[in-house]
Design a binder for this molecule. Structure first.
Ligand code: 13P
Ligand code: SF4
Length: 338
């Protein structure tokens, strides 16, 4: 049975600044149930010298309430590389926590739910990538066993930059077919795609985008490059989750829709009271396995720890470090679809 922690005056005081950021997206009754967990996690985090990295797809209570750093896959990999915390707790999916461990063999890396996977990561095996005959670029949405076999990793924020950094005429790009095809539109390098799909982004269709434009005249459509090339072509802007967030700072119409996982809009809405966000309903079931209750259990019992065999880690490290050695991509320039 789950014990509900009480919403005491002390908890109310401690969490008041967080409530200010969350009150437009979290109902008060929910906050009074979540705030005691938020306060307990933040106290324990300080005691344990832990850092919490939260992906942009986390629910708002995790994104605003307990994360020390938030961002896209690339930003969080850089944060993981640069931290001096004793414990890294990853609020994201397994491949992200594994990347943090690849970069931090000496630190404890925790994920609150080991089942938080990814349809892309599960679409390919190490055997599939052996002997390809051309250099291989792997999206970070892959297990360490794949990273150990490939030439270099990339994220959606730097995919074109990484492909071109190899100085070759042809690459195999895996596992996301749509991201590969979106990259191919932006480079002269021949990009051969694998057949993986993101179960969230593959749901969007051109007809849906046309329907949003018909229902909400003047709407600006921002899409993630894990969507199909047809959907990306029908959008006004294509970028990683960070790319989309950055784009919200530019002059535009007052109405916007983010064609991606649906917590994104909730998380950025507070920073943009001038914008009207039209919301999608597209949850990533893997990201949503991460809850405040599981984060508290994770920090309390130091579970679930990511462990990697050292030989595998060192081989995977090469491809991750090769990506991180490239300059941080300029805003929007690295977006495969724009
Ligand atoms: P980015 O945040 O790197 O754009 O990735 C999106 C994603 O689907 C991660 O799982
Ligand atoms: Fe994987 Fe798609 Fe979920 Fe991201 S949103 S973790 S790519 S299934």
């Amino acid at each position: 049975m789950t014990t509900v922690l009480p919403f005491t005056p002390e908890v109310a005081r401690e969490t008041e600044p967080l409530w200010e950021r969350l009150k437009t997206v979290v109902p008060r009754f929910e906050w009074e149930m979540k705030a005691p967990l938020v306060a307990a996690i933040n106290r324990l985090k300080r005691e344990r010298r832990a850092v919490i990295l939260g992906h942009n797809y986390m629910v708002p209570e995790i994104f605003h309430g307990i994360s020390d750093f938030t961002g896209d896959s690339l930003e969080l990999a850089r944060r993981a590389r640069d931290t001096d915390a004793a414990i890294i707790l990853f609020c994201g999916v397994h491949f992200m926590a594994e990347t943090a461990k690849i970069l931090n063999p000496g630190r404890t890396v925790l994920i609150p739910d080991l089942e938080a996977g990814c349809s892309l990561s599960e679409s390919i095996t190490a055997e599939d990538v052996r002997h390809p005959g051309v250099p291989v670029v792997a999206y970070v949405n892959t297990p360490a066993a794949i990273k150990a076999e490939v030439d270099v990793c990339c994220t959606s924020a730097n995919a074109v930059q990484v492909v071109e950094s190899l100085g070759v005429d042809e690459v195999l790009f895996l596992p996301d077919e749509y991201l590969a095809r979106n990259v191919a539109r932006k480079t002269k390098v021949k990009v051969t795609a694998w057949k993986g799909r993101c179960i969230v982004h593959e749901q969007f269709t051109v007809e849906m985008l046309e329907s949003y434009r018909a229902q909400f005249p003047g709407i600006e459509i921002l899409a993630h490059p894990e969507c199909s090339p047809e959907v990306c072509a029908a959008a006004d802007f294509v970028g990683s989750t960070k790319g989309m967030i950055d784009r919200l700072d530019r002059p535009k119409s007052g109405r916007v829709i983010l064609i991606t996982e649906c917590s994104m809009a909730d998380n950025v809405q507070g920073a943009h009271p001038e914008l009207e966000f039209v919301k999608t309903c597209t949850l990533c079931p893997h990201m949503k396995r991460i809850t405040l209750e599981k984060v508290l259990a994770s920090l309390t019992d130091l579970k679930h720890e990511i462990l990697l065999e050292e030989g595998l880690r060192l081989r995977a490290l090469r491809s991750v470090e090769r990506m991180l050695a490239l300059p941080v991509p300029a805003r929007a320039d690295a977006d495969p679809g724009e």
